[in-house]
Design a protein. Structure first.
Lengths: 250, 250
DNA sequence: ATATGCGTTTGGTATATACCAAATTATACC
DNA sequence: GGTATAATTTGGTATATACCAAACGCATAT
């Protein structure tokens, strides 16, 4: 499938003569029309170059544009693909990744990268209201939606609240382990979100080009006594979720 | 002020020999160290080129990187500047732009672009639970933080709930107009957020290069009777806010 | 059937160059 | 001092080119 230049109808030309925006509009229109569907691969950059006769650098500018909008994504040295629909994320209704993703008809998967015991640094000591050096568990996981890695997370749990936690497998729901084996249930969440760039370890874990945009979500979960049950730093692909919050005004 | 190459200490070299990431790291480190402060202008691209001897295209790649992270922003043909701190945005505690920004020690400003009466299209008819063609007010505003335009918004209000609304000035708080003159107070908000690219009218209103990343916030405000008081589509600069939500689990 | 090895394709990075238009600054003028 | 105008600076866009390394596809050997 090769792309052809935009139709010669001036009403359709949204971009003011800028080549990279014309390419962007052409591809965006094809996605909107259903001509290109989630998961489909775009023609290679060089094939686009041959078919629409603009320089490869300019083509990459247009593709980066679509990527920033979340319409397409890249797999390193494999090609550009149409993004699947994002999942809708309501931090006030969060009941864990797995149930959340399944409820939207998608297939979740979790992979534990490592799980170790660490000593609280200043930041974590403050979060957990424990002395510096107090023992904590650190779990690193990668999570998938429909086989695409979408988030990388660091979870910290207080050893005092969940002794011997590391004997469990974390490829399932951590929330349910904490609830059923330790009687810890979350009654309140504090969630912070910020657009960020995914670099270093995060980008590598998600098999992304370092520096691609992402969303950093920091969640602190409290139980009824106000104790910190879970402290979670998540790095999401920016095109994998849409945030939706419904709440009463306080 | 010209940037010098990164120090010859291998432990400081975060980027694996990639020029654009080295530039990114150099500038990010200067910002973190307070050497470059919010509002400061970076050296011009050509000055950077002369001082660190890498091609201008590569320099722009590194700058775009920092922009995606929200560390710097550009003013068209004027230069690159260090971003001011984002404001913290809690959709569950929203009490209007002005009070919100002032509470964080910043200076808000509002500019009404136009205010007209329109007929409800299918989407708006559904939102307001009114027949298609029902009269609605459409207000377009641009809002500033510390003299920097940060968001462009379309507000829609039902004429039936706020007759003759257009006689007011909207350069102040619309929420307080609706409350004091029409007895409409918001008790519930529905907020959706999604990373987007700012294009066309939105980008122009914010004086941004079309296609730069932004955050699209759609807010529907309800009163105690469940009527839609305000339907608001906002387009934010992506570096202007950090989202923070605190909520009980339901 | 499975594994191995090897070209080929593909995106990633980098350089050099050119021209444009908007923004800014300097200048001349009143 | 203020104002119109010209020169300069600056980012924005675009092309052409080159090389690299990872991913991919395919023929071959096991």
């Amino acid at each position: 499938m090769l792309l052809t230049p935009p139709p010669n109808d001036p009403s359709v030309v949204l971009a003011d003569g800028l080549h990279y925006l014309e390419l962007r509009d052409t591809i965006a229109a094809r996605i909107a029309a259903g001509d290109l569907r989630p998961g489909d691969r775009l023609p290679s950059e060089r094939a686009l170059q041959a078919s629409i006769r603009i320089a490869r650098g300019t083509i990459r500018e247009g593709l980066a544009q679509l990527e920033a909008e979340g319409l397409i994504y890249r797999k390193d040295r494999s090609g550009w693909y149409v993004s699947p629909a994002p999942i809708v994320y309501d931090p006030t209704r969060w009941e864990g990744f797995i149930s959340y993703v399944e409820a939207q008809g998608r297939v979740p998967a979790t992979e534990t990268l490592d799980a170790t015991e660490i000593a609280a640094d200043t930041l974590l000591a403050g979060v957990f209201d424990r002395p510096r050096g107090a023992p904590l568990y650190l779990i690193r996981r990668r999570r998938y939606i429909d086989d695409r890695p979408v988030l990388f997370e660091y979870i910290v749990v207080d050893v005092a609240l969940a002794p011997d936690l590391l004997r469990f497998s974390f490829d399932q729901s951590l929330t349910s382990i904490l609830k059923s084996h330790y009687g810890l249930s979350v009654t309140r969440n504090k969630v912070e979100m910020q657009p960020c760039a995914l670099t270093g370890r995060e980008a590598a874990a998600l098999r992304l080009k370092p520096g691609l945009p992402g969303l950093n979500v920091v969640r602190t979960s409290y139980d009824a006594q106000g104790r910190v049950v879970e402290f979670d730093r998540e790095y999401w692909r920016h095109d994998a979720l849409r945030i939706s919050v419904e709440a009463r005004v306080r």
